[in-house]
Design a protein around this ligand. Structure first.
Ligand SMILES: C[S@@+](CC[C@H](N)C(=O)[O-])C[C@H]1O[C@@H](n2cnc3c(N)ncnc32)[C@H](O)[C@@H]1O
Length: 479
């Protein structure tokens, strides 16, 4: 039992030793914690002191700031007041500026006026100086003249005495002359009677002369060549004196008409290039075929805005189509100009002497004119600058089968022969678009009356009528 108690005591003692050790360790730890806490406490104390000092400093700074703030508030109030003053001053200055600008403008205007007045016054001053110099000179001249007049006056006084003497002598002479005048009166009366009888004689001679002139005039009018000379003299001379305008050419005479086409430089220039005496026109009026060309140019300009191409049947040297192409600047137009001709005159297939009953010699005469060697090549050369002109050599209307446009805006027919003209119309008229224009060059000329009749019939069948122009052309506008 003692052994057990001893063992238990030993166990308790061991346990007590361990406990003691633990307590010692805890005590040492406690001591260390206490030292740490004392150190922390000291630090906190130091911090507290420091904070207290800071607080005191901050209170002081706060006071200072509050004092500054008060001052700033005062300054701000002052500044606001000053700002208001400045704004008031600014507004005032702005108003002053506007006033000054207005005044400145007025001053500028006055200055300009003053400058102008100054220039005017300088000019006037110069004029006055010149006048003054002139007046000085005039004054000197007048003094001299006055002296001269004085001298003359003395001389005149002397002359007056002499003249009084002479007047007396002249009075005597006058009496003698009066007597002479009476006898001269008598002589004059006798001469007047003689003159009267001479005037009678002269009148009867003038009457005789007038009859002779009248007779000569009548004889002159019976001869076509002298009539032609007379007509040309009247149109190019006498008529111009009594009218505002005279157009004489292509057997067309107009008086006092505007003929506005001459105002277009290009037209005038082209016309002058092709204008030459025509062998069919004995009068050779200076205006040539200008009016006919005007019709064509007008029609071409109208047709430019329509669909379809341009066609001329009967080209010869290409004068008319060349003028049209140049005036409307054809190279820039998006169309083709078809020019058809045999370039060898009439075709015996379609034209014979019977076609010209009013002028049986016409066919031979015209063929001689139209058959120019190398004509086709010449015309091609003339139009070479226009890539959109097609020159087709062939007999009409057959040549249309080879090549011809489907739509036509401008159709000019100038074949001087009835069958080919109607043949062409039969093929092409239906292809003329609505608004398109057909011009017949020979329509109104009596020489080609057969063409007129056939074309009237053709158009009448289709419900159209042709407008006859004073140029001899015919005009149809397609519906
Ligand atoms: C009066 S000229 C044409 C003039 C032309 N428009 C101008 O600007 O001077 C008539 C032309 O028609 C041509 N001609 C006549 N009958 C013809 C036909 N059946 N076929 C083709 N051309 C023909 C002639 O060769 C002639 O050149």
């Amino acid at each position: 039992m003692f052994k057990n108690i001893y063992t238990k005591c030993l166990n308790h003692a061991g346990y007590a030793v361990i406990m003691m050790d633990n307590l010692e360790t805890e005590r040492r730890k406690y001591q260390e914690d206490k030292t740490d806490l004392s150190r922390q406490f000291e630090n906190l104390e130091t911090q507290n002191r420091k904070l207290h000092e800071n607080k005191t400093d901050l209170s002081r700074q706060l006071e200072d700031l509050e004092a500054q703030n008060e001052k700033l508030q005062e300054d701000r109030t002052d500044l606001s007041r000053k700002l208001e003053n400045l704004e008031t001053q600014n507004r005032k200055l702005h108003e002053n500026k506007t006033d000054l600008s207005r005044q400145f403008e007025n001053l500028e205007t006055q200055n300009r006026k003053l400058q102008k007045d100054k220039t005017d016054l300088s000019r006037q001053l110069k004029n006055l100086e010149t006048q003054n110099q002139k007046l000085q000179k005039d004054k000197t001249d007048l003094s001299q003249q006055f002296e001269n007049l004085e001298t003359q006056n003395q001389k005149l006084q002397e002359d007056k005495t002499d003249l009084s003497r002479q007047i007396e002598a002249l009075c005597c002479e006058r009496d003698q002359l009066l007597q002479e005048r009476n006898s001269l009166h008598k002589e004059r009366e006798e001469m007047r009677q003689e003159m009267e009888s001479l005037r009678h004689e002269l009148n009867s001679l003038a009457q005789e002369n007038e009859e002779v002139v009248q007779g000569n005039f009548e004889r002159m009018l019976q001869n076509s060549e002298t009539t032609c000379v007379f007509v040309n003299k009247i149109t190019s001379g006498a008529l111009g004196r009594h009218h505002r305008s005279v157009f004489w050419g292509d057997r067309l005479l107009t008086l006092d008409k505007a003929a506005g086409f001459y105002e277009e430089d290009k037209f005038k220039d082209c016309h002058s290039q092709i204008n030459q005496p025509q062998n069919y026109d004995q009068y050779a009026g200076p205006d040539g075929i200008a009016w006919r060309l005007n019709t064509l140019v007008w029609a071409a300009k109208c047709a430019l805005n329509l669909p379809g191409d341009f066609v001329e049947c009967g080209v010869f040297q290409g004068d008319m189509s060349w003028v049209v192409a140049n005036v409307i600047d054809w190279a820039q137009v998006d169309k083709t100009f078809y020019l058809y001709d045999t370039f060898e005159g009439f075709s015996s297939k379609y034209t014979s002497q019977e076609d010209f009953p009013f002028n049986p010699k016409f066919l031979d005469f015209a063929n001689k004119v139209y058959q120019i060697p190398g004509l086709f090549e010449q015309v091609c050369e003339r139009f070479k600058e226009f890539s959109n002109v097609k020159i087709i050599k062939g007999v009409l209307p057959d040549a249309l089968d080879e090549e011809s446009p489907e739509k036509i805006a401008f159709l000019h027919i100038d074949l001087n022969s009835v069958k080919p003209e109607i043949g062409v119309l039969e093929v092409l008229f239906d292809r003329v678009v609505s608004g398109g224009i057909v011009i017949f060059d020979d329509y109104g000329w009596l020489e080609y009356l057969r063409q007129k009749r056939a074309e009237d019939a053709f158009m009448s069948e289709r419900g159209y009528s042709i407008m006859e122009l004073p140029t001899g052309q015919g005009l149809v506008v397609k519906r």
